[in-house]
Design a protein. Sequence first.
Length: 246
Amino acid sequence: MSDDVGEIDEIAEGFVRDLTESVREMTVRFLGPGRSSESVLALARNMLNIFDLTQERMAAMFPPSRPLACAKGCTYCCHLLVFTDAPTVLLMADDLQRTLAPAAQEELTARLAAFEEADYGLSMVPRPACPLLVDDLCQAYDKRPLVCRAQNALDVYQCLRKFEGGRKLVVAHDIPLIVWNAVSDGLSAGLAEAGLGADGTLELSKAMRIALETPDAPGRWLAGDALFAPARWSGAGGEHRMPGYH
């Protein structure tokens, strides 16, 4: 559900087209001849940076109708089922393996396994938190997926009501969602052009467990191994939107 930024529609159409094409070209460049595990991680880093910078500048031009309700420690959107892409998962796993102590990595892997085995589905309300959430903080916040970066709300009470199952949508600022879709579309097109589009949309917790437990996961993914097949969202139909939000 959008706020009152309908006046950007005409401007956004051309902007989205250009942004999508730029991300597509970048993806093909990073994953072209001579690609390596590091180029996959560099692609994901650049993509996340592009999102952050673009949505910040666009939001300054087209601010929300009222201040965002989002704040550190507010975790309602961390209880949604999160869908993402392979390069982002590989970057997150690489960062966690480098920054978490061995004991913390083991605890995370155990939480991921328990989350997967519980199979909460899409309809459980309230949903348990993402396994990456510890003490109301994300262990991979700086490398969090595009969809997590895009989530926002203008009224925290609406988030509470949705969390409890009393509301289907919350009112959100359009700009982060527009930028998310543009960047995601460009990435999807670029991955397909590079011959790496088979995974489509991945469920984050399943994909993260695979990436953490697979030696040289970026290299194997580049080689065409279907290591993320168990994490593919069969209901996605090629669509990268997170279901049931906004």
